[in-house]
Design a binder for this molecule. Sequence first.
Ligand SMILES: *Cc1c(COP(=O)(O)O)cnc(C)c1O
Length: 286
Amino acid sequence: MKTTPISELFLDGRKFLVKRDELIDPYLAGNKYRKLYILLQTPKLHLNKIISYGGTQSNAMLAIAKMCHDKGWEFVYYTKPISKTQKEQTIGNYFHALRLGMWHVEIEYEKYKDFIASLRPNLDEKTFIIDQGGAVVEADEGLCVLADEIREQNPHAKALATPSGTGTTALYLALNLPEYKVYTTPSIGDVDYLKKQMAALHPIPKNLIILKPEKKYHFAKLYPEFLEIYKKLLACGIEFDLLYAPGMWKALLEQTTEDILYIHSGGVSGNESMLKRYEKFNLPPK
Ligand SMILES: *Cc1c(COP(=O)(O)O)cnc(C)c1O
């Protein structure tokens, strides 16, 4: 793959740099491409099946579906039961993942946890399991490639930023680039939850700084200020996702002052369905 470009973005009187990882592929982009890198480099014949689990709007799910489609691997995705409305949607990550050949299996609420735990001990050698959101130590490989690219491009900033779900991306980025400061902020759960997730993979390095959001946000809920910052960024020429990026941008504007290279984490494919939800959402009067 070619090195992704770095663009300038002027926001609220500040100049930011953006590493354009969202341009890699419409379905398999951003940190999901980086996290799946080692599997993408795996010869087709070494595997025949990928198993994963999690939510049906997940960007990781869509990225895995695209990878399996291109590789000719079977993809089985386990979730808790989903609504009829969701099944009938003709937009969004779930719809596109099914189109790419994903085999979706619903597991009853009461059995879900035990079922997921039972998957790993029963794998054959041509099956690979990817934990929810791609939170695997194998992600290090692709983030090392990203780190090398950044070092080579030698941007005019000594701090990086990228939003966290599982924290896998921010953690391995910080580990691979100890000479940079890496800012992140939790999009799912709070700071303690994020630290726990990261520490399960590797001890958290000193150059990784977790910014605490000024207000508590719940993942995948709608917030007028998120839509506002999304629109502002779009007007600056770059589309970001509506789930993770708005909180990171808010935290950067509120809590940092130095020059920053923002690592675009992708997820733009989910905006179609998010924008539909925002359309129905009553924005409070200004
Ligand atoms: C998955 C995702 C994240 C979170 O990545 P983690 O490595 O789980 O922290 C951030 N932004 C976008 C757009 C994503 O799709």
